[in-house]
Ligand binder design. Sequence first.
Ligand code: ADE
Length: 334
Amino acid sequence: MELSNEAVDLLLDWFSKNKRVLPWRRTRDPYSVWISEIMLQQTRVEAVKDYYLRFLSRFPTAESLARADEDEVLKAWEGLGYYSRARNLHAAAKRIAKEGFPDTYEGIRSLQGVGDYTAGAISSIAFSLPRPAVDGNVLRVLTRYFADDGNIDDNRTKKNFTDLLSRAYPPQAGDFCESLMELGAIVCVPNGAPFCGACPWEKLCMAHRAGEETRYPVRNEKRARKLVNADVCVLMRDRKFAVEKRGEKGLLANLYGFPFFENGTETESFGRVLAKKKAKHIFTHVEWNMTGYLIEAEEFFPEYEWKSAEEIISSCAIPSAFKAFMTWLNETVL
Ligand code: ADE
C-alpha cells in the first residue's frame, strides 16, 4: 500500500481551502503548538479553543509555566479533564525552561506527557519534520481509503500506517499532518455515514468505491464502563464549605472535591439535609451516578478543609464531575 502523490496533493489542496480557523493555527511556535496538542489529546476542538487562549495569555512561555505553582496550573486546567496532562505539562516546562525546546522527534517524544502521536504532531507542525501523527481518527481515514481490514487496536496496524505516511510526506509537513486530522474530524467522521461528497479522496477511496465506508475501521469490541454509585456531601456551615484534596491515586487524583462516598453514607450524621440532586459524570472507563446532598453541617468536621465559596471558586481546581453541585456554592455568593 502506498499513498500516491496525487492523493497527497488533493488532500493539501482541500485543506488549504477548507481548514477550520483555529487559534493554534495562527502560529508554528513550538511552545504554543505543544500546549495545543496536549489539550487536544483527549478533548474536542470546540472545548479546547477558549482554554488554549486563556492558558497562553496566563502562561505565554515555558519559563512562565515553569515558575507557576502546580495549583495555579491545575486551576487553569479546571474543567478540561485528564489532569495528569497538566501535571506533565508543568514538569516538562521546567525542563524546557532550562534546556530549550527540543527540535528532534526523539527529544520531543522524551518530554513528559508526550506520546508517539503528540510527538509526531509537534514534529510535523512546529519543525516541518516528516514524522506522522497517527491516532484513531487518522487510522479511520486510512483504513477506509485502502479498504484495509487491519484491526486499529493492534499496534502493527498503527505501525504499518505510520510507515506508509512517513514515505508519503511532502515538504509541507505541518499542513499534511493537520490535513489528515482535519479530514477525520469534519469529513471522514465516525459514528454513522461520512460526508463522502465533500471528500477530496472521493474518487480514490476504496471503501467508498465499494460502498462500504462504515465497515471500516475494524476494531476490538468496547468494554462496558464500570458503574459507581456515590453520595456527594456538600457540607455548609457559616457560609463555609467542606472540600478535600482527593488522594494521590485514582480518578481526579490530587484535585479538590466534596466529601465523596462510594458506598453511600449516613447523611444525617453530618447534619440537616437542605437539598438533594442527582448527577452523572462519564469518564473513559467509569461512570459516576451521584446523589448530591446540601447539608447544614453540625460542626466544622476537622477531616475537611473549610473554605468560602469565593475562595473555592477562585483558587481550588474543582473538576467538571462536581459541576452540578457547584450551583449550591454559587447561590451563596453575593
Ligand atoms: N487534534 C489534534 N491535533 C489537532 C490539530 N492540530 N488541529 C485540529 N485537531 C487536532
